[in-house]
Design a protein around this ligand. Sequence first.
Ligand code: EPZ
Length: 422
Amino acid sequence: MDAYRIVGGKSLEGVIEIGGAKNAALPILCATLVEKGTYILKNVPALKDIKTLSKVLEKLGLQVENLDKNTLKVVNTGLDSVEATYDLVKTMRASFTVMGPIIAHEKKAKVSLPGGCAIGARPVDLHLKGFEALGCEIQIHHGYVEANAKELKGARIVLDFPSVGATENIVMAAVKAKGTTVLENAAIEPEVEDLCNFLVSMGAKITGIGTSKITIEGVEKLTPGEYTIIPDRIEAGTYLVLSILSKGKVKVRGAIREHLDSFLAKLEEMGCEIKEDKDLMWIETAIENLKPVRVKTLPHPGFPTDLQAQMMTLMTLVGGTSEIKETIFENRFMHVPELNRMGAKIKTDGNSAWIEGVKQFDSAEVMASDLRAGASLVIAALFAEGETIVTRIYHIDRGYEILEDKLIKLGAHIERIKVEGV
Ligand code: EPZ
């Protein structure tokens, strides 16, 4: 099993190029199932999750090839199957968003219920409620969801919760339904917007993009083409924490500032001064001048849950007691005991965490539990005295493009090693 060996305390300097957004690329890849034709997708991050989803699409009958590291060509000449099997879906639950586009293309689908994961049970009830509203008969047996519709008809759907995946799956199922679909309380994350913009670029009729009320006029046919994925705001936020800890010597290139509004607002509340110059962003405010704050994760435009762990690493080095309330996932504090092994002083009670500032991280052997927790441990290790081993870094490979390459370029002492038994 791969692990990182990190020797902390090196001074880091340089520019990190932000890649394409994983959580936009994944639903956009799924959307190539909706219509026959050839798609060219640019700025696709080279991640394990993208490879996994490409395999799912190939199993369904599509051809997927890399024209270069970050450009995918997808050819859809029709589906060989409407079934996404457990062996594939269990490796990456985001592949459940193949269901909506398969339904749009074939009016039926059979997709394995995605497993839960470390951060939560991850139910899909809101996805299924949307499919039923569009005319699908839903059956669940043997761990699979089967959807069958004589005809897909537009409907008014109100989501109990602005679920990102449910919004994406329902929009993709509705683009060719007869009539109008109105989706209320829709998720408004930039990645959802990017998916809608991709569908519109193919001729879909979607209005209210970027708002919580999305209206979709069904169309007969879409016309595939080229599309460029937005930059990854979560990757950018992760590296901005690195910028602060490197006293601004690490700069981030290619982030879209408004995608990070709530995160940057919280950093400014701590006392950070956000510097920008053309496409560069960095923070050189000394960490000893930062104040403790309270963070509550919320659906966009609130503070993103995917930056919660990275914020906790930063808070650990800020004097005073900071607080985090995690409202999106029921079990997203697995990085806490690992950070505490590295000398942090964090207490949790339910979905609340209190972080008491300490001077320095202490190196230790720690374990990644999900991709964002893994990133928060790597950041801590880069600024800990001594050698830290981070195990189970397959979690990190899912969401960060060859993380060690980007960090070595900054002067970090990090190497990928093999460890047994973890
Ligand atoms: C997406 O997951 C992202 N994944 C997650 O990023 C991100 O943390 C999450 O949105 C929230 O922003 C991808 O886009 C591939 P949700 P998703 O449906 O769609 C509950 C990462 O680190 N819910 O908005 O699964 C659910 O249990 C990953 O890149 C239902 O109850 O998120 C959770 O508590 C981690 N029923 C909450 O909503 C449903 O039918 C948010 O889930 C669907 C969701």
